[in-house]
Write a protein that binds this ligand. Structure first.
Ligand code: ATP
Ligand code: MG
Length: 638
């Protein structure tokens, strides 16, 4: 039996879910009507599997919906409150943002950029990043944001794949007090790319910059640009952005999203999940380089005319109280972050968050990986003071927006730590076995989506075949998520980790998330990663890597014994790892996810191979030292 927490915001609107059950297409049509369209659609859904065309024939513009409608009503409302690592800050009202976006749209046009072109954006977390995205959206350019921690090789690959005519960057960005010279990375990335016409350089650090023939300073470009730029009336299917997945399971995929369907999904889920009100101060810690940043830093809050915090830098710099300090300073009401960040904060101890006033918080959220129940409870108690519901939101770059989450904006249901609860209204999600048959309750299987949904990707950029193979070939006419899950007796979904990572021990299938959460449930453990390696007798055995909390000075033999005991009682002897390795950090993607594929390669003493998916750049040395440490710990034991 899992714990349950009866905590909500008192909202109860059963109509939403009821209506979604009668006819999902009409239901989503109703949601789409909450946006401003220049012309209505002629067909709500053209479903030609596996290609979905939502709101076909409708004309819309993302930038108009994010800015113009709010600026007309409430122009002086702060849109973005920007905080830098250094303590620098900037405030942009809806009017400011609206003007800056229009100026920059005109500036792009002055460089010959037209509807249908692509632009790569390689900027740190500064307001110019959403300004660039919204300017692209305004004039019908498809933006492709590349996380600013990527190396030149990764950036080059993405610029080439999208054939971007322009790259927008800055002289540098700050991370842990150091300047990362982004413009130099771009210079290397675009060598011999004749199709790249210009590089626009925003001055962030004011360090001297070497300007080349293609380079133009942001400030010079907008100097004479008019602040009026009418939004393009774009077809609902117009490609809004290309975004590459995190690369947790392999080479990142170029996910293509459209406009009308995507905006409908984001607008609806932002309201249902976050219960957004005019008075809220919303803070999502994701970098805009990942999908969470696209959907719930840029489009979600702005579509609702909300006020949000945008933060540049590491969450624990200059010290580990940075996030709590921001929440206190700006009276943040809604906080959305990742399990990996929470495990880090938890590792630092309770004293730090306890010394800040976090009483303005009313809702907490998490995304990106399964959240360990222990971490959920810590978040609930120490950060939320037992008065904030926690939304555990499951979704993917491909789904555009949330697919499974509790929705305190429309309903109050008991929460279970570690479960995302139920699918959002209007989507049809299930768990099936290898043959595609639905499994009975509490049985593990593959998470699949049975019907198209509005935030669904259009395709993989330039590769319809790969799109079909990656998502639609395992089960007929069904979207395969690649995740492993179960549904409990109350219809609650439990995400159990990646299907590729499932541990198969003596015929039993164990999700990585189950076992890791059990290990993290030990008082002294901060983080854990498990993986399976081949074994001559058992087929596969489990090994586990464990990071301890700060200031733990228990003997590792005692700890090891306690952990084995805990696993045996909580899950069963079958799940007992062959080895437990104590390490100081785990290799992660730049989006903060544990890369089990790599752990396995290290344990099997295989060539680690391509670690560009490990979001190299600034993180590469950190990752390499983690790998070295893991290798050493393995050799020491054997
Ligand atoms: P790639 O597809 O390139 O391997 P990725 O899957 O890490 O990378 P994203 O789209 O950023 O790229 O992440 C989506 C994945 O993150 C999901 O498929 C799931 O495994 C995991 N995930 C996201 N949110 C949750 C959650 N709340 N609970 C459990 N897992 C989650
Ligand atoms: Mg994925």
């Amino acid at each position: 039996m899992s714990d349950t927490f009866n905590i909500g915001l008192g909202n109860n609107n059963p109509e939403v879910r009821k209506r979604s059950k009668t006819d999902f297409i009409t239901f989503w049509e109703d949601q789409a009507k909450n946006l401003s369209w220049f012309s209505p659609w002629s067909n709500p859904l053209n479903w030609n599997p596996p290609f979905a065309k939502w709101f076909e024939g409708g004309l819309i513009n993302a930038s108009f919906n994010a800015l113009d409608i709010h600026q007309q009503k409430n122009s002086e409302k702060p849109a973005i409150i920007w905080e830098a690592e250094s303590g620098e800050s900037r405030n942009l009202t809806y009017r400011d943002l609206w003007i800056e976006v229009q100026k920059f749209s005109n500036a792009l046009k002055s460089l010959g950029i037209k509807k249908g072109d692509r632009i790569t954006i390689y900027l740190p977390m500064v307001p110019e990043l959403p300004i660039s995205m919204l300017a692209c959206a305004r004039i019908g350019v498809t933006h492709t944001v590349v996380f600013s921690g990527f190396s030149s090789a990764s950036l080059r690959e993405r610029i080439e794949d999208s054939k971007s005519k322009i790259v927008i960057t800055s002289d540098g960005g700050y991370r842990r007090g150091k300047i990362v010279k982004l413009k130099e990375v771009v210079d290397e990335a675009i060598q011999n790319f004749d199709f790249v016409k210009n590089v626009i350089v925003m001055e962030r650090t004011k360090e001297p910059i070497q300007l080349n023939s293609k380079d133009i300073l942001w400030k010079d470009l907008i100097k004479n640009a008019s602040s009026e730029c009418a939004p393009e009336k774009l077809n609902s299917l117009h490609p809004l952005f290309i975004l590459y997945t995190s690369g947790t399971t392999g080479k990142p995929k170029g996910v293509l999203h459209g406009t009308g369907g995507y905006l409908t999904h984001i607008h609806s889920t932002f309201q249902w999940a976050f219960d957004i009100k005019d008075s809220d101060i919303f803070f999502c810690t994701a970098d805009i380089g990942w999908v969470t940043g696209h959907s719930y830093v840029v489009y979600g809050p702005l579509l609702h005319g909300a006020t949000e915090i945008m933060y540049e830098g590491a969450p624990d710099f200059p010290d580990s109280s940075r996030m709590w300090e921001i929440i206190q300073k700006h009276k943040v009401t809604i906080f959305y972050t990742t399990p990996t960040a929470l495990r880090m904060f938890m590792k630092f101890g309770n004293k730090i968050p306890n010394s800040f006033d976090l009483s303005t918080l009313r809702l907490l959220g998490t995304v990106g990986e399964p959240i360990n129940p222990e971490v959920w409870k810590w978040y609930y108690k120490v950060i939320g003071k037992e008065k904030c519901p926690i939304i555990d939101t499951w979704w993917q770059t491909e789904t555009g927006g949330m697919m499974i989450s509790s929705l305190p904006g429309i309903e109050t249901i008991p929460l279970k730590p570690g479960s995302g609860t139920r699918p959002i209204p209007g989507v049809d999600i299930s768990v099936v076995d290898e043959k595609g048959n639905e499994v009975s309750s509490n049985t593990k299987g593959y998470l699949i989506i049975k019907k198209p949904w509005p935030g669904m990707l259009l395709t993989l950029w330039g590769d319809d075949e790969k799109y079909k193979n990656a998502y639609w070939s395992k089960f007929p006419n069904t979207y395969y998520s690649g995740d492993f899950a179960k549904i409990d007796e109350d219809g609650y979904f439990w995400l159990l980790g990646r299907a590729d990572d499932v541990l198969k021990v003596a015929g039993h299938r164990i999700g990585t998330a189950e076992l890791e959460s059990c290990i993290v449930g030990h008082n002294d453990v901060a983080e854990s990663a498990v993986c399976g390696i081949p074994d001559e007798v058992k087929g596969e055995v489990i090994i586990s890597f464990v990071v301890l909390k700060e200031n733990v000075n228990k003997n590792s033999d005692i700890l090891e014994k306690e952990l084995y005991e805990k696993i045996r009682t909580d899950i069963g002897p079958i799940a007992t790892p062959k080895e437990i390795y104590f390490v100081s950090k785990l290799p992660k993607t730049r989006s903060g996810k544990i890369m089990r594929r790599l752990l396995k390669a290290i344990a099997k003493n295989e060539i680690i191979g391509d670690i560009s998916t490990l979001e190299d750049g600034t993180a590469v040395t950190e990752i390499q030292s983690a790998i070295r440490e893991l290798q050493e710990s393995i050799t020491k034991k054997t």
